[in-house]
Unconditional design. Structure first.
Length: 128
């Protein structure tokens, strides 16, 4: 096998891996949602994450007030915004963790199948 054939084979294998991973992620999402649309799920997750965002904003505000050396309001405001965004993002991630796990499991399952098929192509088993 020359370099061009090897490169084409590797590119095709990589394409198959990516395609199967995307299909597996989609099937994992569908399996988790069980036919329901994702928008209400994400909306509910965002509603539950508001408390985490408020806690993060409070911590950010307090940390901005603690390091304030002059009368500027920019540090407490930046701490408030950053803490709120971080807390809200962490809250949404926490609420969506089961969906993420299902998506990753589906992707890995399909990628494993493609890897096994590729290995069997390269290493055929002779039962005779």
């Amino acid at each position: 096998m020359n370099f061009c054939e090897w490169e084409k084979s590797s590119a095709n294998y990589g394409r198959k891996l990516v395609h199967s991973g995307i299909e597996g992620a989609y099937s994992g999402e569908q399996e988790f949602l069980n036919g329901r649309p994702i928008t209400p799920f994400l909306s509910e997750s965002a509603q539950h994450a508001v408390l985490a965002g408020a806690i993060g904003a409070a911590i950010g505000l307090l940390s901005g007030l603690a390091v304030r050396r002059n009368a500027s309001t920019s540090k407490p405001l930046a701490g408030l915004l950053f803490g709120g965004a971080f807390g809200f993002g962490a809250g949404v991630a926490w609420e969506c963790r089961h969906l993420g796990a299902s998506v990753i499991a589906g992707a890995l399952k399909n990628i494993g199948k493609v890897r096994d098929e590729h290995w069997l192509e390269k290493n055929p088993i002779d039962y005779a």
